[in-house]
Design a protein around this ligand. Structure first.
Ligand SMILES: Nc1ncnc2c1ncn2[C@@H]1O[C@H](COP(=O)(O)OP(=O)(O)OP(=O)(O)O)[C@@H](O)[C@H]1O
Ligand SMILES: Nc1nc2c(ncn2[C@@H]2O[C@H](COP(=O)(O)O)[C@@H](O)[C@H]2O)c(=O)[nH]1
Length: 207
């Protein structure tokens, strides 16, 4: 059944970011939101994984127990949810509504299962894939980030292989950005979003 939550949500077209864990989604998104804080807002997902050093509850994620999250899912509070690397992740309707209520472009950072599930809803976002230059570089970035156990690293690299194959499916993404040099990738990302950024800026200056 299609989720019609977004029908009630007004505002600019959301943007979904996906790509293998470690590809650089958060790095690019943080830069984008910092530079355009009156244009973009982050959809704060729920997760059952533990916070990493430096992460903040309510800003990076809502950190919850599996029981609480499963109960909220059963209660119809999520647009999409997925199991990734042994934990639950999900986008709540409230998270997206909170951003759209401020007339900002809502950014979702979700895995490939999330992309597939969002495609069954009426959210109608732009889909952007952030890809690593190679699997070797991806593994190095994940190891150097120092956030994963060997077990989690293995699961994430396995998911990355599947993800990189699926992302080649025609029509899966509107834009694919290879994050090799960070500044080049960021420039390409801003170029891909330029039209949407200008639309939002225009509505803000005319109101
Ligand atoms: N272009 C780049 N060159 C070198 N290192 C990078 C680049 N982009 C990101 N990194 C580093 O790679 C690591 C992974 O990046 P990041 O955490 O942004 O990935 P992610 O896609 O958000 O991962 P996850 O899905 O697990 O949250 C970080 O330590 C980050 O500093
Ligand atoms: N389907 C969803 N995937 C999500 C959501 N929030 C984050 N993610 C994805 O999970 C992995 C791992 O994230 P990490 O922070 O533990 O490294 C990554 O691919 C995210 O894009 C969500 O709400 N739904």
């Amino acid at each position: 059944m299609r989720d019609s939550t977004s029908k009630a949500m007004a505002g600019p077209r959301p943007v979904v970011f996906s790509g293998p864990s470690g590809a650089g989604k958060s790095t690019l998104l943080k830069k984008l939101i910092k530079e355009h804080e009156n244009v973009f807002g982050f959809s704060v997902s729920h997760t059952t994984r533990n916070p990493r050093p430096g992460e903040e509850n309510g800003r990076d994620y809502h950190y919850v127990t599996r029981e609480a999250m499963q109960a909220a899912i059963n209660n119809g509070e999520f647009i999409e949810n997925a199991e990734f690397s042994g934990n639950l992740y999900g986008t709540s309707k409230a998270a997206v509504q909170a951003v759209q209520a401020k007339n900002l472009i809502c950014i979702l950072d979700i895995d490939m299962q999330g992309v597939k599930n969002i495609k069954k809803t009426d959210l109608n976002p732009m889909y952007i894939s952030i890809q690593p230059p190679s699997m070797e570089i991806l593994e190095k970035r994940l190891r150097d980030r120092n956030t994963e156990s060997e077990e989690s690293l293995r699961k994430r690299l396995h998911a990355a292989n599947v993800d990189m194959e699926l992302s080649k499916e025609p029509g899966m993404f509107d834009v694919v950005i290879v994050n090799d040099n960070l500044e080049d990738a960021y420039k390409n990302l801003k170029q891909a979003l330029l039209e949407e950024i200008n639309k939002v800026k225009k509505t803000k200056t005319s109101s």
